[in-house]
Design a protein around this ligand. Structure first.
Ligand code: PLP
Length: 784
């Protein structure tokens, strides 16, 4: 009997729009058809006939669920294939019409702008392959994701093919198909109409005896059947053209021996859906009312946990099982990490890679503000989710919110209206915090004893987070320092000063608050020295942070955009000076210790920070500039530097100015990946460091999977420069130890391991597959 859809007792799976676990009833059907009814439905002996009966039974259930004829149902490998057949069928037909003289001028295809990529890409692909290249118009949606029906009406006359979806997979909004039908059926010609029903099956009623849809597509794995099975509804009389030809199965529309286990499993689910429609709820299915009640429970928990939440799903016109939301100040990736650590699987609305951010095309089409696109999360459950799972999920959501608050990351603040809902955290943090958004760094040097801090390189990108951290930790801000003025924007110092309600003691444009070059701020640990290093801009400076008890060698040096990890800052702004830059490099060379950690204003390569010795070794231009035997040094440097600067352009995504050389592949090129499998970790000779942010680490309880009985050391990514500094200073604790970094999936820890290796620490490793892999290994669910 089916009890829970989650294989792991502590986790709740709320990503059902991506895929669903197979229901027990469906599993049994799979096993039965694999072991007992394994005949080929095309065979004429008894084993074949048995198989054929199962095939036709499933077809009957499929036709009943959408009120169509069994002869209009064709099993496919999934919705993507069903979409291809629909698109190809229509386009091949229109191509034939064209050859017979049909004029296609002004004719177009309409596709909803929030359609799944399987549809839009299929139309573009097949239209191109068939040489039709028909114009495609993407129909706009409003900020709630509802199609602009006027647009459809406007184009209807010239439209020959229309693609819409019944329910959107990302925001759950329901399309009013009847309204669309009323518009398109007013035309003299027939507009062929494809409706992607993948996310509608089991969630809304579909009745094709009352709706003149020509093609509709369905997927098994979204409704608790296995992956690799789906079906196409092809209205009797609509053009048809097979994508796969061969033995003529499925009435010639889809050749190939049928996937009987998949079809049988899907049939069982469809039968249960039919039963539910007839008022017979089986044990595994929830009623519509129950699903709405479940949604309310989750909405409540989310609102309590994240007061600044905004729902991107229009709760009045959506299926109850999908919730899409954004939380001010947190990116999708950060939220996903926290949810994951809290034991909830959700999906992110935007995906970041090292070079760009890809927002969900649905949220983009809805024209949402930047922060909502960057923060989008989809939480989706299904008609088989149990109340226990919902309650557990709600509990985990509350834990996630609490952990975020404790880590000073839950930005329940709105700088526009000065509302700050921040719970002060008692957790002490001592050292350097790196906030990074859009490649821009803002640094906070925090003394936990005196509860004071210095903010370096304040940027707009990190504004809210800086405010949130200072308020949450209840810190006194002794100075806000810029390393240089900017050619394209003002410093964020003024606004920070205002929002933090502090007195600006600046004596110069960069915020330096004292006479002289030494800032002995309210710290027992450090003092700061200012050194003028003009070039990137004529007012550029570097700030050296010394250990007060041993002020010989600097621990951290904030070099602004003079030196970047893997490159030099550009010197072609109006406020730059290339000559001065050259002499500043020489000055820095005199003053910098090889092991000083250089903390730049930008981190284009995701390497966190760098060292002077690494930069000197890896940067040919820098080597040339500093070579004492090269009498041509200065001229050659200026010439080469100008060429490099001229090749720097505005970054593609934002049109923002790039401040220095970007050499994105420089870390990924490293020879062997520094990864270690979880079973190779010997906890006796290694130091395991959890590099996830504090909130995630606090939420995670399953360290036993690593053979740990308690939580290991936690050095979050935003504090990793402290680890770098400790290693560079030769801190005894780490000597002769293997340092093993771990995160949820192994991505972030690998990035850090590479960066640490880059600055010379070869005994650093990342656990491949992270916590996820380790758990899988322990559960012995991995195939041998
Ligand atoms: N259409 C929608 C709306 C979907 O959500 C998906 C799956 O993500 C598909 C089509 C593709 O379905 P399948 O995985 O069965 O090919």
């Amino acid at each position: 009997m089916y009890n829970t859809i989650n294989s792991c007792k502590d986790r709740v799976y709320f990503d059902c729009n991506a895929t669903t676990p197979i229901l027990n009833e469906a599993c049994q059907a799979v096993v039965c058809t694999m072991q007992k009814v394994y005949g080929n439905p095309s065979s004429t002996h008894m084993a074949g006939v048995e198989a054929k009966m199962i095939l036709e039974r499933s077809r009957k259930f499929a036709s009943e669920v959408i009120n169509a004829k069994p002869s209009e149902i064709f099993f496919t490998s999934g919705a993507t294939e069903a979409i291809q057949i629909s698109v190809l069928s229509f386009l091949q037909w229109i191509s034939l019409q064209k050859r017979q003289g049909l004029q296609l001028e002004n004719k177009k295809i309409l596709i909803s702008s929030t359609e799944h990529k399987a549809v839009s890409n299929a139309v573009e692909h097949w239209s191109h392959v068939l040489g039709l290249d028909l114009p495609i118009v993407f129909i706009e949606v409003n900020e709630n994701g509802h199609l602009n029906l006027d647009e459809i009406e406007k184009h209807a006359k010239e439209t020959i093919f229309l693609c819409t979806m019944a329910v959107n997979n990302e925001i759950g909004v329901i399309t009013n198909l009847k309204c669309i039908e009323n518009i398109i059926r007013k035309q003299e010609h027939h507009i062929y109409w494809l409706v992607d029903c993948v996310q509608a099956l089991g969630k809304i009623d579909l009745d094709f005896s009352f709706l003149s849809v020509d093609y509709a597509t369905f997927s098994g794995h979204k409704v608790h059947a296995p992956k690799g099975i789906g079906f196409l509804y092809l209205r009797e009389g609509a053009p048809q053209c097979p994508l796969i030809v061969g033995g003529g199965q499925e009435n010639g529309v889809r050749s190939g021996t049928e996937n009987l286990p998949g079809i049988a499993a899907l049939g069982v689910i469809l039968e249960m859906l039919n039963e539910r429609r007839n008022g017979n709820l089986t044990h595994s299915m929830r009623s519509e009312n129950e699903l709405f009640e479940f949604r309310n429970i989750l909405v409540d928990a989310l609102q309590k946990a994240f007061p600044s939440i905004i729902f991107n799903t229009d709760l009045n016109y959506s299926v109850p099982t999908t919730l899409n939301f954004s939380i001010f100040g947190l990116t999708s990736k950060e939220l996903m990490n926290v949810f994951d650590a809290a034991g909830i699987s959700v999906s992110g609305g935007s995906a970041c890679n090292s070079k760009s951010v890809n927002y969900s095309h649905v949220l983009v089409a809805m024209n949402l503000p930047e922060w909502r696109k960057a923060s989008g999360i989809r939480m989706s459950f299904s008609f088989a989710t149990t109340k226990e799972e919902i309650l557990k999920g709600a509990q985990n959501i509350l834990s996630a919110g609490k952990a975020l608050r404790n880590s000073c990351l839950n930005l329940a603040c709105n700088i526009e209206n000065d509302s700050f809902d921040i719970v002060p955290s008692q957790d002490a943090f001592h050292g350097l915090l790196q906030l990074n958004a859009d490649y821009a760094n803002t640094w906070l040097l925090v003394d936990s004893v005196t509860k004071s801090c210095i903010i370096i390189d304040p940027t707009d990108e990190n504004l809210e987070r800086t405010i949130c951290f200072v308020k949450c930790k209840n810190l006194q801000v002794d100075a806000i320092l810029d390393t240089h003025s900017h050619s394209d924007h003002n410093s964020s110092r003024k606004i920070l000063t205002k929002k933090l309600n502090i007195v600006d003691k600046a004596k110069n444009i960069l915020g330096w608050p004292v006479d002289g070059n030494i800032l002995d701020f309210n710290s027992n640990s450090w003092e700061i020295e200012r050194l003028e290093t003009p070039g990137h801009t004529l007012d550029s400076v570097s700030y050296f942070v010394f250990d007060k008890s041993n002020p010989v060698k600097p621990l951290f040096v904030f070099v602004g955009d003079t030196i970047l990890s893997g490159g030099l800052g550009r010197t072609d702004f109006e406020i730059s000076g290339i000559e001065q830059f050259y002499f500043s490099l020489h000055l820095l060379n005199k003053r910098l210790d090889e092991n000083a950690l250089l903390c730049s204003a930008h981190d284009y390569n995701n390497s966190f920070a760098t060292t002077w010795s690494v930069e000197k070794k890896s940067n040919i231009l820098l080597q040339k500039a500093l070579n004492p035997y090269n009498t041509m040094g200065f001229y050659e440097f200026c010439r080469d530097k100008k060429i490099i600067d001229s090749q720097l352009s505005l970054s593609k995504e934002q049109g923002k100015i790039v401040c220095g050389l970007i050499n994105s592949n420089f870390i990924s090129c490293s020879e062997n990946l520094p990864v270690i499998s979880p079973d190779k970790i010997n906890i006796k000779d290694c130091i395991l460091i959890d590099i996830r942010e504090k909130a995630e680490s606090l939420l995670f309880k399953e360290w036993y999977t690593f053979g740990f009985d308690k939580q290991p050391m936690n050095t979050p990514m935003s504090q990793i420069t402290n680890l770098m500094c400790d290693l560079l200073q030769g801190k005894e604790y780490y000597l002769n130890k293997k340092i093993v970094l771990v995160c949820s999936t192994g991505t972030r820890s690998l990035q850090i391991a590479k960066s640490l290796r880059r600055i010379g620490f070869q005994s650093v490793w990342s656990v491949s597959g992270g916590v996820a892999f380790s758990k899988l290994k322990n559960d012995e669910r991995l195939p041998a």
